[in-house]
Design a protein around this ligand. Structure first.
Ligand code: MN
Length: 764
């Protein structure tokens, strides 16, 4: 469609029919108009006429290469490279070389133009960037593994020249903006790729605005109904929201002006995509999302005053509104590794609504919105070093050749989409970890040796289990033990690929070692019984013990899961009679072997309960009275050795309490006349009931170890045992029978030395 307006350029000889411009002419005009708009956008970066000439040459080259080609929308193809170049200049602050490359980005792929020709026209640098762009073009069109392989290439290219990725992102953004002309399945494919790869990549590079636009556009095509619903709800609530924001910022504005700040205040709503995510993941209805918008205060500040100025603004805001202490985020002292700097607080509005306020300088705002690219305007910022740090990590992962490409993308994707937290070592050194990282991740981040021997951690001075999820700002001290080893279930605790890799490695190592040890033990045992190990028994062993392979059998021998008795049983039940007879003969000849099996059994519970009935001479009540009837108070369960007193009750005779019983104070002060002296005499062979609590780090087998020490090693009988475990910590309550306090103390001391035990206390 074009308008039938009179053109001043119309030729006089066509007098009868004043022709409108032909569609071709109109199109040419439009192309030139768009090209001029691009030139205006790139103007600040143009330093010489040479620059201008290069851009012109690139434009003409692209125009020729894409001649007669149209996009799905019917528009001339050249609109696309011009638009991509404009995004590069306008939204990413990129310079002349990037604009040249953006104009040329599809030429080698889509026309006869070769890289050699590009190099001869534009030089080596442009060739390399175009080469990178051409290689990654269309990589997502292929199968999963090739896709991943190509993704690895992108990153390798990226490490040479970040502009390849930035231009690629601009390309993708323009394709997303013009997605409506594509077929439905193509729309879905491109939108999903964008969510999967490009938006996280933009985020990782700190290109917040680009990431947000990509996600919103992707949602528009993947979930059109939800997208339009959110858009209309935002629209409907806009007026109320604006009124609220205006009254909220009123006093702040006034004060900032009084204090001489030059500033801008914006009320920014959350992106449609992040609202969608909140509704989906948290299950909250639109109306209940309290942080649907944030107030952003952007101040003009000199580089040397930035931090102080931001905190001055913080102070002004919190003079008016009460801050929520746990929602303070100081990204100024600790910028995110993508360069993000800002001060975030959440404050209570007079209407009782929490409002997030973001405070930052103009420079910080530009970096937050435009990321790495904006950095070129502010050379003094530290983004460059952080980007280098990130690239260094990416390269380290790439160089770990043992990972296949799909794994690589999986772990990389994880690192991309999760935000980071910052935590401190005891010496105040800062460590960046992905959100959700645990104390164990932190241990491995410091050193794999620390990780391998990690028992637990102290976070901000408090003991926590390995699985504790760290928060930004935590100070973490790792507790190690030389006896500790990596465990299978640690893999469920860790979040970082580094820790997972190290644990797997250590587990493999440990299994190999145990299998070796178990094999030696097994052969030694057999030799002792007069057998030699035969390879042909292996299948029978595997079947009998229901193990996946002989290695696992050896591991179980080494860890005492398979005992001597089990091995005997195997020979008894599985092997031929002659073997068995031979075996039995052997047994008769070695009585010591047989004896071990008949260790006298420990007293039964029944017997023990009988024993707990006090003996007549165990307690002296009053000065020298032993034959009074008494009961031990159940509130404190006194045992011989405890300092005690007797209390005369109305219905139950004399009750014996510990002097430090929780009830003692009340009894002694209010009913002094009913208190009688009491003390213990010797208490050999009498069992008394006492309770202990044990706290420690939960791991497989700890309950077993503890109870084994109590009953086998110390020969103490337990009445009841109750273990509860929560988030990697356990608490056990054990009622047991002891002779006296010394006996109990000894036992508690032994238990304190069990690896993984943090505290052992007496109950009551
Ligand atoms: Mn393109």
């Amino acid at each position: 469609m074009y308008q039938e307006t009179e053109s001043p350029a119309s030729k006089p000889e066509t007098a009868r029919e004043k022709t409108a411009p032909t569609p071709e002419e109109k199109e040419r005009k439009e192309i030139l108009a768009r090209y001029r708009a691009l030139l205006r956008a790139v103007q600040p970066a143009i330093k010489s006429t040479e620059d201008r000439k290069r851009i012109k040459k690139a434009f003409e080259t692209a125009l020729a290469a894409h001649k007669d080609v149209r996009r799905k929308s019917g528009e001339p193809y050249i609109f696309h490279p011009i638009a991509v170049a404009e995004i590069c200049a306008k939204e990413l602050n990129l310079g002349v070389t990037s604009v040249v490359c953006a104009l040329l980005h599809d030429t080698v792929e889509d026309s006869d133009l070769t890289l050699d020709e590009i190099e001869s026209m534009f030089g080596r640098e442009v060739r390399q960037i175009i080469d990178g762009l051409t290689k990654i073009e269309g990589f997502v069109d292929t199968s999963e593994s090739i896709q991943a392989e190509n993704f690895r290439k992108i990153l390798l290219t990226l490490s040479n020249d970040i502009r390849v990725i930035l231009i690629k992102l601009a390309d993708r953004l323009h394709n997303m903006r013009t997605l409506e002309y594509m077929k439905r399945e193509k729309q879905l494919k491109i939108a999903n790729e964008t969510l999967f790869l490009y938006a996280p990549l933009a985020h990782r590079l700190g290109l917040y605005r680009m990431k947000t636009e990509m996600e919103d556009l992707a949602l528009k095509y993947t979930e059109p109904d939800i997208y339009h619903d959110i858009v209309s709800r935002l629209k409907k609530s806009e007026e109320v929201r604006n009124r609220f924001i205006n009254s909220f910022i009123q006093p702040i504005k006034k004060k900032l002006t009084e204090q001489g700040f030059k500033f801008e205040i914006k009320g920014r709503t959350k992106s449609i995509y992040s609202i969608y995510n909140k509704i989906k993941n948290k299950g909250v209805p639109f109306e209940e999302i309290y942080d649907i918008f944030a107030i952003r205060i952007i101040i003009d500040s000199e580089p040397q005053n930035e931090k102080a100025d931001c905190w001055r603004v913080y102070s002004i805001v919190t003079d008016f509104y009460q801050p929520k202490p746990d929602r303070l985020r100081d990204w100024i002292s600790f910028p995110k590794s993508n360069g993000y700097e800002s001060l975030h607080i959440t404050v209570m509005s007079p209407t009782g609504k929490w409002v997030e306020v973001q405070i930052r300088t103009r420079r910080m705002d530009e970096i937050a919105e435009r990321g790495y690219a904006a950095h070129w305007k502010y050379k003094e910022s530290s983004i460059e070093t952080n980007i280098d740090e990130w690239l260094r990590k990416v390269r380290a992962v790439l160089e770990q050749g043992d990972q296949n490409a799909v794994d690589f993308v999986e772990s990389f994707k994880l690192d991309l989409v999760t935000e980071e937290i910052f935590v401190f070592t005891p010496k105040g050194e800062l460590k960046a970890l992905p959100t959700g990282s645990t104390a164990l991740d932190f241990a491995y981040e410091i050193h794999s040796d620390i990780g391998d021997h990690c028992l637990g951690a102290k976070v901000n001075g408090r003991l926590v289990p390995l699985s504790y999820v760290l928060q930004s700002g935590d100070q973490v001290e790792i507790i190690t033990s030389s006896k500790q080893k990596p465990k299978e279930d640690w893999l469920k605790i860790v979040k970082t690929s580094k820790a997972r890799h190290k644990i797997k490695q250590a587990l493999r190592e440990e299994k190999r070692r145990l299998a070796e040890e178990g094999r030696e033990q097994f052969e030694r045992k057999l030799r002792h019984l007069g057998f030699t190990f035969s390879e042909k028994d292996v299948p029978k062993i595997i079947r009998f013990f229901q193990v996946p392979n002989i290695q696992d059998f050896y591991v179980r021998v080494a860890t005492d899961v398979i005992t001597n008795n089990d091995i005997r049983r195997f020979y008894k039940e599985e092997l031929s009679r002659s073997w068995y007879d031979y075996f039995r003969k052997k047994l008769r000849r070695s009585p010591s072997e047989g004896k071990k099996e008949t260790t006298p059994s420990a007293p039964t519970l029944q017997e023990l309960l009988k024993k707990t009935h006090r003996s007549e001479d165990s307690l002296i009540i009053g000065d020298n009275v032993t034959n009074l009837d008494y009961k031990l108070a159940s509130c404190c369960n006194p045992i011989p050795g405890d300092e005690v007193f007797g209390f005369v009750t109305v219905n139950e005779g004399i009750k014996i309490h510990k002097t430090n019983c929780p009830n003692a104070n009340t009894l002694l002060s209010n009913f002094a006349y009913r208190v009688v002296k009491a003390r213990w005499t010797s208490s050999e062979d009498i069992a008394f009931q006492a309770g202990i609590t044990i706290r420690g780090f939960d791991d497989v087998g700890i309950v077993n170890r503890i109870t084994r020490i109590i009953s086998n090693q110390l020969k103490v009988n337990m009445k009841s045992i109750n273990f509860e475990s929560n988030e990697g910590l356990f608490e056990g309550r054990i009622m047991l029978f002891v002779h006296d306090t010394q006996h109990l103390e000894d036992l508690m001391e032994k238990l304190r030395h069990v690896p993984g035990v943090i505290a052992v206390e007496r109950m009551g």
